[in-house]
Design a protein around this ligand. Sequence first.
Ligand code: SF4
Length: 221
Amino acid sequence: MTISLKAHGATPGDASADQMRLMADLAETCSHGELRISHEQNVTLPHVHRSHLPEIHARLKTAGLATANIDLISDIIACPGMDYCGLATARSIPVAQEIAARFDKLKLEHEIGPLKIRISGCVNACGHHHVGHVGILGLDRSGAESYQITLGGDGSADMVIAELAGPDFAADRIVPAIDRLIATYLDLRETPGETFIDCYRRLGLAPFKAALYGQGKARAA
Ligand code: SF4
């Protein structure tokens, strides 16, 4: 089973000392002493017997570790970015926090379904933005943080490198841009079961690009 370290509005992948002790205890009692940190910045307890799930969930809940958002829009991989990394050209963490808080407030993330947003704070791509369904790359434009959006990437067995949507967005424009992108997906999907990436593969870049840049809705940086 997977434990989400993506509480809405919190730093993706962070856990407190108390939370780590609890997960270590659960690993001892329920997963043969094994615990794995995933590249998705979550924690996996392997070998868990189904009968242990209610107890595990109850204990995780008391520690703020029961966020039910694995593979959803708020389960974002974000690199440390400018908050912690000397190589960064922009911040990653606040963008992830704002997107997660925004869609939690809208109560839309289960309606949106599986969606992998990946954020890197520079071209070194530690946040794997280039294989995100939606990738966000932080750049420095004459001293100002600026964000490029890439679309259609896939880090699964069907590996696809995402394509650049267009000009980058100023820091205060990146979350509204993601908002328009998701609204367009919800509008254009054929059925509620058609995921963002399937919808993108069916329609291509054009309608999403129009949503990001069309009719004066977006101001490129
Ligand atoms: S992608 Fe850049 S900013 Fe992010 S952790 Fe890697 S080197 Fe640092």
